[in-house]
Design a protein around this ligand. Structure first.
Ligand code: GDP
Length: 364
């Protein structure tokens, strides 16, 4: 299952430009049959240099990268949570997302109208955050009376924690604070997870800036006022990204980046940031001539990781043979790695590390 990310922001902030750059920029995305689920939903293969190298060494029959699914929600306006501009319906599209990308307009371009008349990134962030909070509040306040009735009739109801958590969240949101900042215990978080609260999702702010000439190339600078939002602000110029992906070949793209003085595409930085924000790692399986990359939350036990690949593998887990991708690339083959004694055998509680290549032994 691909990681799912929803794009939110005001209208005219460059969301569609970014979405198109993201979804058209992935040459390998055709590996996914669902690439064109919907004009607003796109699946992007995660760029992975290690996987490319493993493929070169192992020459598998098939090679599948991990993926991120992006959903572009139509621009939200003030009052979206009360139904202005069909906002609430759009928001429903991202209730099952793992994270949000909040695109903030930081580019001038007087020919593109600003919905609130002037450039003010922090004010804009506030408008969207308020709408997410209000939309969550509506969901919770709709549910609370039903749960209240339930726990009154059955004081020992298993849904008591859920009820109390929603009460806490309701008060918190009513104060204008996003649910992700409310210090819930793991048990409380689990009890409210099914509501898909938007303001509880991890958020990566994307400052969509104009490119600025900087001697040999361009520099993207985060507007000072956005710095206060913390570390998770990614500075990008969506128009440049769209220009890069419109170039036909990887060589042309490379030359363009060099001419601009850029190290890599902003969308590659964006995908990496989404990964690290969510604490994800990548591991690989190689079986029956199939090489596949998988995403996994850091510190997951290998038996649990195997269960995500196939329930039988998790249930019947015996042991795993594990190698670091770098070692395997260096050795040139699984057999060579084994004969050099560089293959490890690990039990079910072993925590999978980023870059592990794993073969699972299991009984059915
Ligand atoms: P959306 O409503 O948020 O989806 O915004 P669009 O992606 O449709 O962009 C609105 C307009 O802003 C389009 O004319 C884009 O070409 C322009 N635009 C988007 N990103 C940038 C940017 O990084 N710099 C500049 N100068 N213009 C941009």
């Amino acid at each position: 299952m691909a990681l799912t990310v929803g794009l939110v922001g005001l209208p005219n902030v460059g969301k569609s430009t970014l979405f198109n750059a993201l979804t058209q920029g992935s040459a390998e995305a055709s590996a996914y049959p669902f690439c064109t689920i919907d004009p607003n939903v796109g699946i992007v293969a995660v760029p992975d240099e290690r996987l490319t190298q493993l493929q070169a060494v192992l020459a598998p029959n098939s090679c599948t990268p991990t993926a991120i699914q992006f959903t572009d929600v139509a621009g939200l306006v003030r009052g979206a949570s009360r139904g202005e501009g069909s906002g609430n319906q759009f928001l429903a599209d991202v209730r099952n997302a793992d994270a949000l990308l909040h695109v903030v307009r930081c580019f001038g371009n007087p020919s593109v109208a600003h919905v609130d008349g002037s450039l003010d990134p922090l004010r804009d962030v506030g408008v969207i955050e308020d709408e997410l909070i209000l939309a969550d509040l509506e969901v919770i306040d709709d549910e609370l009376p039903k749960l209240d009735k339930l726990v009154r009739t059955d004081p020992r109801s298993p849904r008591r924690t859920e009820f109390e958590t929603l009460q806490t969240l309701s008060a918190y949101l009513a104060d204008g604070r996003p649910a992700r900042e409310c210090n819930l215990s793991p048990e409380q978080a689990a009890s409210s997870a099914s509501y898909g609260l938007l303001s509880a999702m991890p958020v990566l702010f994307v400052a969509n800036v104009d490119e600025q000439a900087d001697g040999g190339g361009v520099a993207y600078q985060c507007p000072d006022e956005l710095q206060s939002l913390g570390a998770d602000v990614l500075v990008i110029a969506a128009e440049i990204e769209a220009e890069i992906v419109s170039l036909a070949t990887p060589q042309e793209q490379e030359e363009f980046l060099m001419a601009m003085g850029l190290q890599e595409r902003g969308i590659d930085r964006l995908i990496r940031s989404a990964y690290s924000m969510l604490g994800l790692i990548t591991f690989y399986t190689f079986a029956n001539e199939k090489l596949q990359a998988w995403q996994l939350p850091r510190s997951t036990a290998v038996a649990q990781a195997a269960g995500r690949i196939h329930t039988d593998m998790g249930k019947g887990f015996i042991r795993a043979e594990v190698a670091g991708a770098a070692d395997l690339i260096d050795a040139g083959s699984w057999t060579a790695l084994k004969s050099q004694g560089r293959l490890r055998t690990e039990g079910r509680t072993y925590h999978v590390e980023d870059g592990d290549v794993i073969q699972v032994l299991f009984k059915v």
